[in-house]
Every structure is written in structure tokens, then in C-alpha cells.
Design a protein around this ligand. Structure first.
Ligand code: TXA
Ligand code: MG
Length: 341
């Protein structure tokens, strides 16, 4: 265990904390910082030893590449080889913000952070602390989500502190992440751009900007005929409790839930939870407010663990636009376990 220096952005002097944390990054240390999507564990992306420590701390397989975070668009050409006109348009439209673009990498980017790939994923976050930190560090910052590999990403200080206190040099508390789901990952190295991970920047938003189709490799997983493959239990975004998705009308969900033991937990829209006062619920937001629901999804999963709830039912949401990113995380958290009610 190391001593982790903790900062709270609403109490501490911002310039002092940014200067301290930026210096740690330059020296090869690890800094947990807030972004608008989820919290990240940052290291100097040009320092393979520092990057290696991220994998250790997270317990992450070394072939899973890290996203490089920058504070200026002009830095992209230092790390990416070809920046197409479409990539430029997307950066103009959505940066800073929750879009990560995969480019062919420049040799300066070490393979230790790309999992041996010759591509690099780059994003410019919009959170003011993330921006100021990267700017001040004056190095590209590789940062995965600040959680132990396989568990839900963290969107509040308490949850990063639970997972990472004593394992990193600095943790900066910057309040709750406003988007709440990790960035959209878009591969621009292929003839047709490919969405590798859905997020708040949706397929239709991307297509509107570049005026052509993109491929979404992530939609097919919502097909609920996919068998639950034994031995393929790929843990991802999973809390300690067992997650099952409920698909159907609220009326049928309520009939189903009220036949269950009261030790279960329910995560769903405000409308559903309001009708389950005898149960432990986590209301995510109104059904017609996907942005609020997205913001609260990881928070809700982790909160169920804090209350030691072992069986968690989650309302399945409409699988379009931002709802698709929400469902992508929930399907993984549940290992595709869906009950049609
Ligand atoms: O919102 C986010 O993207 C957050 C915040 C901290 O910025 N970061 C994040 O990082 O979610 P991580 O490491 O948890 O997820 C990165 C995703 C992984 O699915 C990884 O496989 C993919 O991006 N990725 C990274 N580099 C890639 C590359 N060169 N080619 C394809 N996929 C890549
Ligand atoms: Mg992650």
C-alpha cells in the first residue's frame, strides 16, 4: 500500500492540486481524475513503465489497449499518423467530449499501451479538471476507467476511493461524472468507420456529421436469442450481485418482482421503482430521460453491492440512441441474462 494523496475540487485550491497531480504524471506516477464520462486512472502515455503500473493496479489483461487523452486537437498529429477529413469533422463536432477515435499510431506511442496494436485510440475529455490536468502535465495521458477490471466503472469519488485508495499516487474528487458511461469508441482506420463501443455520441450523430454510414459492431449483442455460453462468462461491468434484465411492460415486471423475496434489489426508471415500495430499489430517472438514466447506471450497480444485494433485477430500456449504450453495459453486466415478463 502507498499513501494516496486525496484532493477535493470543491474544497482544495484548483491550481495547487492540478500542479501537484501534473507533476506526479510527468514523474511516472498514477493519478485518478474525473472526466465527464467516468473517472480515469491516468499515466504518462509516453512512459511504458507508468502504463504498465496501470495494468497492474486494475488487474487488466495487457492486450487490452488504453485510450490516450489529449488537451489540444493539434497534439493528435503527434500521436496519430493519418487524420482523415472525416476524423477532422468528428473532432470539430464532438471534441472535447465523449468520443474516442482510433487512428494508425505514430511510433512515439509505445506498444505497451496499445496492446501491441499499430493503432491508437485518442480522446479529448471536456471535464474542466481533466482538461487542466492534461494541459498542465504537458504529456499525453493514457487512462482506462478507474475501477478494478471487470467491475462497473466509477462515476463518483467514493467508488474510485473504494477500489483504488492506497494503489495510486493521487485521487482527485471532481464530483459525479455527468455522462456516466464510457466514451463511444470509433475506429477510423478502416474504409467504413466502425463503432467498437457505443456511448453518448451515437451512430446517428456520427453519420449526420460525416454524411455516410458507419458500421456498429455492438448492436448484434442485444439479440436475446444468443445462448448463455457456459465457460464463457466474461465478467464485465459486473457487480458482486447477480444481474438479470427484465424485458416487458411495467405491469408484468411488477407481477414478476412481487413474486420474489424481498432481499432482491431493483434498478429501473422512477416510474417502475415508485410502484415497488416494499423492495430495495434504485430509481435511475424518468423513463423519458435517457441522459439521467445513463448517468446513474454504474452508480446504481455499485450501490447495490454496497447494500450487499445478491440478486439484482434491472429494467431493460429501449435499445436505440443513448439507450443502446445503456443496454450494452447492462447486457454485459448481466452476462446477457434476460427474462421476458
Ligand atoms: O470514457 C472513457 O473512454 C474512459 C475515460 C476515463 O476516458 N476511459 C475508458 O477506458 O473507458 P477503458 O480502458 O476502460 O476502455 C477503453 C476501450 C477498451 O474497450 C479498449 O479495448 C478500446 O477502448 N481501445 C483502446 N485502444 C484501442 C485501439 N487502438 N483499438 C481498438 N480499441 C481500442
Ligand atoms: Mg473500462
Amino acid at each position: 500500500m502507498m499513501k494516496t494523496k486525496i484532493f477535493h475540487s470543491e474544497k482544495d485550491n484548483i491550481e495547487t492540486l492540478i500542479a501537484y497531480a501534473a507533476n506526479i504524471l510527468r514523474q511516472g506516477g498514477l493519478v485518478v481524475f474525473p472526466t465527464e464520462t467516468v473517472y480515469g486512472i491516468g499515466a504518462n502515455a509516453l512512459n511504458p513503465d507508468a502504463a504498465h503500473n496501470i495494468y497492474q493496479v486494475k488487474g487488466r489483461p495487457s492486450d487490452n489497449p488504453l485510450i490516450v487523452h489529449v488537451a489540444n486537437e493539434k497534439d493528435v498529429s503527434k500521436y496519430a499518423q493519418t487524420i482523415t477529413d472525416d476524423a477532422m469533422k468528428l473532432m470539430e463536432a464532438f471534441w472535447p467530449g465523449p468520443l474516442t477515435i482510433v487512428f494508425n499510431k505514430q511510433p512515439i506511442i509505445p506498444e505497451a499501451i496499445t496492446g501491441g496494436l499499430d493503432t491508437v485510440a485518442i480522446r479529448m475529455p471536456s471535464h474542466p479538471i481533466a482538461k487542466a490536468l492534461i494541459q498542465e502535465a504537458n504529456v499525453p495521458v493514457c487512462a482506462p476507467s478507474a475501477n478494478i477490471s471487470g467491475t462497473p466503472s466509477s462515476t463518483i469519488f467514493k467508488h474510485v476511493h473504494d477500489d483504488l485508495n492506497g494503489k495510486v499516487d493521487v485521487i482527485i474528487d471532481g464530483g459525479q461524472s455527468t455522462v456516466g458511461l464510457e466514451s463511444t469508441v470509433l475506429d477510423m482506420t478502416t474504409d467504413t468507420p466502425v463503432i467498437l463501443r457505443p456511448g453518448a455520441i451515437t451512430k446517428s450523430m456520427i453519420e449526420t456529421i460525416i454524411k455516410r454510414d458507419v458500421i456498429d459492431t455492438t448492436v448484434h449483442i442485444t439479440d436475446d436469442t444468443i445462448p448463455k455460453a457456459p465457460g464463457m462468462k466474461y465478467r464485465h461491468y459486473a457487480p458482486e450481485g447477480d444481474v438479470t434484465l427484465l424485458k416487458g411492460t411495467h405491469k408484468n415486471m411488477i407481477t414478476f418482482i412481487t413474486q420474489q423475496d424481498q432481499s432482491i434489489g431493483v434498478i429501473g426508471s422512477n416510474e417502475l421503482c415508485a410502484q415497488l415500495s416494499d423492495y430495495h430499489t434504485y430509481p435511475l430517472g424518468p423513463k423519458d430521460d435517457p441522459e439521467l438514466i445513463a448517468r446513474n447506471v454504474f452508480l446504481a450497480l455499485r450501490t447495490m453491492d454496497e447494500h450487499n444485494i445478491r440478486t439484482i433485477y434491472v429494467e431493460a430500456f429501449e435499445n436505440k440512441e443513448l439507450g443502446q449504450a445503456i443496454m450494452n453495459r447492462l447486457l454485459k453486466a448481466s452476462n446477457h441474462t434476460i427474462i421476458e415478463v
